[in-house]
Unconditional design. Structure first.
Length: 359
């Protein structure tokens, strides 16, 4: 990795904009207010107003359900025709439309992502017709208009400058996270910082996994999250997605980026075809907020994918942005140090993207 840096800039983290009063609000005026000169509005969860070829069914209050393919998913629209939610077959993450928020990191990038997308974890994977099931109706009634923290809010609680949050036992479960301790031995081929810092290292407490094993924190990794450890913190410890103790033991989300990419969890939105430059996906328009994206950065890892991040959305310049924990910035970021956080174009991460999964 290039652009190594020994300290992290302080950033503002998450700024919540009180620009809307109801869900589903998305207009050119919103973006023009935040970024003069921007006329195109792109929101990952909004599907260009297209209705599914399979027709739709009307729900209570004039809401309409329709089906779309590639991947197979159900789309809920309000009586005004605006998208309220998207649910993908086989996935537990759902994209809901809610109040606008802006995510920015001004000390590391000029990118600002203004979005009405809120990504939440459902108690069960979606399937066609699930809108009629009680578990979904109860879940949606609770979260349809909720401002409770979602995956994006969790993710930005670990960027540089994020304030600490403690639970009732006094354990710090959120706040500015490092990537990992400095590599003082050169044992990992010259990397600036050591990998292998999982969520329980950040927490500093032992964690019992469902396979009977226990994750034991290392003191030198306190308040640290490597790229996959960060995703496991956000989706697993915070959102309660099941976690494996390794890539091979237990059930749920594996430990490493490679394990996650190759697991049977969720839905492969951009299927992995290989790790060479010729295997770069071309159809990134299929990505939605909350999708996990996997990269091949290091030639030393041969066939292994070695980096994972989460899709955040389009920034005010129309670029598709993701968030991940990185060695160069020493922690979670959407910044440009060591490569811009864009999935489109021909930048470092765009060229090294290999697959994507919707959990």
């Amino acid at each position: 990795m290039a652009g190594k840096k020994k300290s992290r800039p302080v950033v503002s983290g998450l700024v919540v904009l009180a620009l809307v009063a109801t869900s589903g609000y998305l207009t050119v005026e919103l973006r023009e207010r935040e970024a003069p000169g921007v006329t195109e509005v792109r929101n990952v969860g909004v599907l260009d107003g297209a209705r599914g070829s399979g027709g739709g069914s009307e729900d209570k209050g004039g809401a309409t359900w329709s089906r779309l393919e590639n991947p197979a998913r159900s789309v809920l629209r309000g009586a005004d025709g605006q998208i309220k939610a998207v649910f993908t077959d086989g996935a537990r993450t759902a994209t809901l439309t809610g109040p606008a928020r802006t995510f920015e990191e001004p000390a590391s990038t000029s990118s600002k992502v203004s979005t009405t997308d809120w990504v939440r974890l459902m108690p069960e994977p979606w399937k066609k017709g699930a809108e009629k099931e009680k578990w979904f109706q109860d879940w949606y009634a609770e979260y349809a208009d909720s401002k409770e923290d979602d995956l994006f809010a969790f993710a930005f609680q670990y960027v540089a400058g994020a304030p600490q949050k403690k639970d009732e036992q006094g354990v710090v479960y959120a706040g500015d996270a490092n990537f990992g301790p400095l590599n003082t031995t050169g044992a990992e081929g010259g990397d600036l910082r050591l990998e292998q810092s999982d969520f329980y290292d950040y927490l500093g407490v032992s964690y019992p996994f469902r396979d009977g094993s226990t994750g034991t924190p290392e003191a030198m990794r306190a308040k640290s999250l490597d790229c996959s450890g960060y995703i496991r913190m956000v989706l697993g410890y915070r959102a309660r997605y099941p976690l494996m103790s390794s890539d091979t033991s237990g059930d749920g989300l594996p430990r490493t980026a490679n394990g996650m990419a190759r697991s049977e969890e969720g839905v492969d939105v951009l299927p992995l075809t290989g790790v060479s430059a010729d295997d770069r996906p071309s159809n990134i328009d299929q990505l939605q907020p909350g999708d996990l994206v996997f990269f091949k950065l290091d030639t030393r890892t041969k066939e292994r994918l070695d980096h994972v991040g989460m899709v955040l959305g389009y920034d005010t310049e129309g670029h598709l942005i993701f968030v991940s924990s990185r060695e160069e910035v020493n922690g979670p970021t959407i910044g440009d140090i060591g490569g811009v956080s864009r999935l489109d174009g021909n930048g470092y991460y765009a060229k090294t993207l290999r697959s994507a999964k919707r959990l």
